[in-house]
Design a protein around this ligand. Structure first.
Ligand SMILES: [Zn+2]
Length: 209
C-alpha cells in the first residue's frame, strides 16, 4: 500500500494503530527493495529514498534536493494548490506525485524545468534548522499533514541567505539527506508526466552531471 494512502487512513487511526500500519509498510517496502537489489540490502532506505551504495547515495541525495526544487517550481508555475502527495527516489530518477487536476502543457513543463535549473544555476545554499513544529508552520514550511510530525522538526530551506531580505526558493519539513549547495545537483530534466488518479499527477525527472 502506498504510504500516502496510509497517511490518508491515518487521520482516522489512533496513534498506536498508525505506528503499526507504518511499521508494516516499512517492512513491505524493505522486502520489495531487497528483492529489487538482489537481497544485498540497502545503504539507505527512508521509504522515500533508496540507495544501494555510496555512489547511489550521492545520486539520490542530488535527486532529493532537486525534488524540493521541483515542488517549489510547480507551485510557482501552477499555483499554491499544488501539494505533494508522495515521492519515491532511486538512483535513476525521482517520482513526484502532486495534487493537480489536468495535464501540464509543454510550455508549463518547460517553465518548471527552467525554474529548477535557474535555482541550480544560482548556487543556492541548502540550510537545515531544527525548530518547534509550530515555528516551522509559521515560516510556511511545506509538509504533509500536521499529525504525523513530532513537536521538534527539521526544516530544509534552499535560497540565498546572505541577500537582504533572504531569498527563499524552497522550504520544507524533511528528514534529509540533501546536498549543501544546489550547484551539486546538475542539469534537471522532466522525463514524463502522467495521471495517477482523480486530481493527482505524477512527474518523473532526473539529473545529469
Ligand atoms: Zn525531502
Amino acid at each position: 500500500m502506498p504510504f500516502e494512502i496510509i497517511k490518508d487512513k491515518a487521520q482516522n487511526l489512533k496513534r498506536e494503530d498508525f505506528d503499526k500500519e507504518f511499521e508494516k509498510h516499512q517492512k513491505i517496502s524493505r522486502a520489495g527493495a531487497e528483492k529489487k537489489f538482489g537481497g544485498h540490502g540497502l545503504l539507505l532506505d527512508t521509504g522515500e529514498l533508496k540507495a544501494a551504495d555510496e555512489e547511489e547515495l550521492k545520486k539520490v541525495t542530488r535527486l532529493h534536493t532537486a525534488t524540493h526544487l521541483l515542488q517549489a517550481a510547480l507551485r510557482k508555475v501552477l499555483g499554491e494548490g499544488v501539494k505533494q502527495a508522495g515521492s519515491d527516489i532511486t538512483a535513476e530518477r525521482t517520482r513526484f506525485d502532486f495534487s493537480f487536476d489536468r495535464k501540464l502543457t509543454d510550455e508549463e513543463i518547460k517553465k518548471v524545468e527552467d525554474l529548477v535549473n535557474f535555482a541550480v544555476g544560482k548556487k543556492y545554499q541548502v540550510e537545515m534548522k531544527e525548530m518547534a513544529l509550530e515555528d516551522a508552520l509559521k515560516l510556511g514550511a511545506l509538509h504533509f499533514f500536521k499529525e504525523k510530525y513530532p513537536s521538534k522538526v527539521k526544516v530544509y530551506s534552499v535560497g540565498d541567505f546572505r541577500a537582504d531580505p533572504p531569498e527563499i526558493f524552497s522550504r520544507e519539513l524533511c528528514g534529509g539527506p540533501h546536498v549543501k549547495n544546489t550547484s551539486e545537483i546538475g542539469h534537471f530534466k522532466i522525463l514524463k508526466q502522467e495521471a495517477v488518479g482523480a486530481g493527482l499527477r505524477r512527474i518523473r525527472a532526473t539529473v545529469t552531471p
